[in-house]
Design a protein. Structure first.
Length: 465
């Protein structure tokens, strides 16, 4: 039976502990000067080295070589399974017994927050007046559950989540030692999934090493039940352009492939934060993504959130009438229509086509409202962007000023500019140059004389008289 990698590469000295130098440097200095406390409290997230450091301290203060073999004078207690008052009373009776061979008898109580209130009270008396030969090392992931009276009688050291880059470096070191072939982007995903926990990251690496000779990014994503980064990017792009069909399609595909909605929501949230998306709607989406795991129907909640991030009318195809089509449950005549005509089923008139043809007849004059109306009817994704622009038309140039970087970047793309140019030709009969202004850029007035003066003076601002 093989040994787990996280046990094989567990730290055996304070120098080997990675990512907790703010703790290990203090402890090394205290041990060097012989300043040993009767009680230590190690706090922080799981898998960052609390128990390993507790064992190292127990060996260091007794000046014995580190070993994982059981020691009579180093007693480890799991508070989760020894939380009763009787267990602590038994401990209180045994602490007075002198060490067998070492200088100190060390009690390591892991997950100390699991003790009951009565057990804490019993432990408090021992912490207040401990025997000279006893050292307590308490460890917990939930400090807020430890009574303040216990905390005040210990030296507290807080462990931090290990930095992403340090986790990757340590995983690379282990992979090299174990001759595990793994891609860099696969390491990045493993470290991200570990969330700053060495133990979780190394355990996942160990699991993947047993599945394939060469660990790739798709393999890691498959094992973790994650969507590919390409799919997440496609989903964000669909949200940015309000492509409702693409949003629905991607979400359905993810659900069919067994990707959990909370997992997809977390990936979306991490990507949005990494890309520093700007705009109130992105903050609204990010806030909603954090609640997906609490929903009764997570995928339905996720789809509702993403499709409702923009307040844009959805184009619904009318139901085609046919002889076999069922009649509506309630037939109500229109207010202007006589009641006796309600049985007549009107044949759909070709009015929408005539209206569409009219909207495409060029007027020869530029009218931004007309352009917006045409875009809303015929190209909602384009309308979702240009409707957020402050437009000005002068000297055959259409200047678009956007508040948010996202819309400005989208409108600079050739595809969107071509769409807008084509739409303006259809409804106005004009072919203006499209200019997307940069932040701080002065938008010169439409008057040619003013523009000429501005060109000479190097720009300017129009002041109303």
């Amino acid at each position: 039976m093989g040994r787990a990698l996280y046990r094989t590469y567990r730290s055996r000295s304070l120098d080997e502990v990675v990512g907790q130098e703010h703790v290990t440097d203090l402890l090394k200095n205290a041990l060097k000067n012989g300043r040993i406390s009767h009680a230590y409290l190690l706090t922080g997230p799981r898998g960052v080295g609390k128990t390993s450091v507790a064992r190292i301290i127990a060996h260091e203060i007794n000046q014995i070589p580190y070993s994982e073999d059981p020691k009579l004078d180093i007693i480890e207690i799991d508070a989760a399974s020894n939380r009763r008052i009787d267990d602590i009373r038994d401990l209180r009776e045994k602490v007075h017994i002198a060490p067998v061979s070492a200088k100190y008898k060390v009690y390591i109580i892991d997950e100390v927050h699991m003790l009951t209130g009565e057990s804490f009270n019993a432990l408090l008396k021992t912490l207040e007046e401990p025997p000279e030969h006893v050292v307590f090392i308490l460890a917990t992931t939930e400090l807020h559950k430890v009574p303040a009276t216990i905390i005040s009688r210990t030296q507290r050291f807080h462990f931090r989540p290990v930095a992403h880059s340090k986790v990757i470096q340590h995983l690379q070191f282990i992979a090299k030692k174990e001759k595990i072939e793994i891609d860099d982007n696969a390491l990045d995903i493993i470290a991200e999934h570990g969330g700053g926990s060495f133990r979780d990251s190394i355990s996942l690496l160990d699991q993947l090493a047993n599945l394939a000779d060469h660990i790739t990014k798709p393999l890691v994503e498959s094992v973790l039940g994650r969507a590919s980064s390409e799919r997440v990017e496609s989903l964000i792009a669909a949200i940015a352009t309000n492509d409702s069909e693409a949003i629905r399609s991607i979400l359905v595909e993810c659900e069919q492939e067994g990707i959990a909605a909370p997992t997809l929501a977390e990936q979306l949230l991490r990507t949005l934060l990494a890309e520093k998306r700007e705009g109130a709607h992105w903050y609204q989406i990010a806030d909603g993504l954090m609640d997906i795991s609490k929903a009764h129907f997570p995928y339905l909640k996720l789809m509702t959130l993403l499709l409702g991030s923009y307040q844009i009318e959805t184009v619904v195809s009318p139901i085609k009438t046919s002889p076999a089509a069922p009649k509506p449950l309630i037939e109500k005549p229109e207010p202007h229509q006589p009641a006796e005509q309600k049985a007549e089923v009107p044949v759909p008139a070709p009015e929408p086509k005539k209206e569409s043809a009219k909207s495409t007849k060029p007027t020869g004059e530029f009218n931004w409202d007309t352009v917006l109306d045409a875009a809303q009817k015929h190209d909602p994704p384009l309308n979702s962007i240009i409707s957020r622009a402050k437009a000005s038309y002068a000297n055959e140039t259409l200047s678009l000023d956007f508040q948010y970087t996202l819309h400005r970047t989208k409108m600079k793309q050739a595809a969107y500019q071509n769409k807008l140019s084509s739409l303006i030709r259809e409804v106005c009969g004009l072919s203006p140059n499209i200019h997307v202004t940069e932040p701080g850029e002065v938008n010169i007035a439409e008057d040619k004389t003013t523009k000429a003066v501005a060109d000479i003076m190097g720009g300017g601002e129009v002041v109303e008289p």
